[in-house]
Design a protein around this ligand. Structure first.
Ligand code: GRG
Length: 283
């Protein structure tokens, strides 16, 4: 996946160098590449081709990396480390970090509507996948969840509000990756609906595990500061339900997600494995 990311990313020494270097720095700092892997796995589960959907997969990683850069800024979480390295604003300053996030988001839309996708897939499907992604990350999706999360810090949060935050802040992007891969891979309406449900379940499970790892995780392995949710009095599953109940909830969601794949053959095995990885992960 790293090779494809580099292929679609403006060269780091191209003019204006500072912004391209900052974009390259955060993208190549590491990361599990879960979102692009999900795009490819969903496409392949319905008989689609990995190479064809790569621009959309890379766009998903650009979007994810933009959110990490912006989330780490002093105005938001003010974090010093991400992916095991100093955060973008620590290295490039706040202005370039903001612009690097903006640029990655913009480049993602260039990629989601790029010529090679349009050569291989009907334009209507390409547009639908890009539109779906845009909805997933706007105020009716990820940004909405982030705003409610921010405004809930230090306040008591109901189980419903917590679920909203997690589904919107994290789940919608993950689900849009699965839906995008499925749509571009040529899913039937029934396959698309099953994969949407799969994506929704793993999306919520992913954030619950992220909450758990913020308490039990190893800072070195995670590549970022742990314990920050408690410090900021953030709304989390362990804070509301305790660690054991939260783990159980994540496991149930993963089992439900795998059940959604029942009608699929072994081409959906990577999706099954990714779901299992979500609950077992330590980083
Ligand atoms: C646009 C500022 C802004 C925020 C939107 C997604 C998000 C809301 C903020 C990013 C920070 C955060 C805690 C997101 C929750 C999702 C999450 C657990 C991100 C970490 O994802 P991983 O573990 O990261 O896949 P790597 O580094 O492996 O890619």
């Amino acid at each position: 996946m790293d090779e494809s990311i580099l292929e679609f990313l403006p060269r780091k020494n191209s003019y204006p160098e500072s912004i391209h270097s900052a974009m390259n720095y955060s993208l190549m700092a590491g990361g599990k590449r879960l979102r692009p892997i999900l795009v490819v796995a969903a496409a392949e589960a319905v008989g689609g081709d990995r190479q064809t959907v790569l621009p959309f997969a890379v766009a998903a990683e650009f979007i994810h990396t933009y959110t990490l850069i912006h989330d780490d800024l002093p105005a938001l979480d003010d974090d010093d480390f991400r992916r095991g390295k100093p955060t973008s604003h620590k290295v490039y300053g706040e202005a370039i970090a903001i612009l690097a996030g903006d640029a990655l988001l913009t480049e993602a839309f260039i990629l989601m509507t790029n010529g090679s996708l349009l050569d291989d897939i009907p334009a209507k499907e390409v547009l639908k996948a890009a539109h779906d992604m845009a909805r997933a990350i706007g105020t009716g999706g990820m940004i909405g969840g982030q705003v409610v999360d921010l405004e809930s810090e230090g306040k008591p949060v109901s189980p419903e509000a917590l679920e909203y935050i997690h589904i919107y802040k994290t789940g919608h992007l993950i689900r849009a990756c699965v839906r995008g891969g499925a749509k571009l891979g040529g899913a039937t309406p029934a396959q698309f609906s099953a994969l949407s449900r799969y994506g929704a379940h793993i999306g919520l499970a992913f954030q619950i595990i992220d909450d758990i790892l913020d308490i039990t995780g190893d800072q070195e392995k995670l590549g970022k500061d742990v314990g920050s949710d408690i410090d900021r009095e953030k709304a989390t599953y362990p804070a509301l339900y305790g660690l054991a109940e939260s783990k159980k909830k994540a496991e149930e969601l993963v089992n439900e997600s795998i059940a959604c794949l029942e009608p699929f053959d072994d081409r959906a095995d990577p999706l099954r494995e990714i779901a299992r990885f979500f609950v077992q992960r330590t980083f």
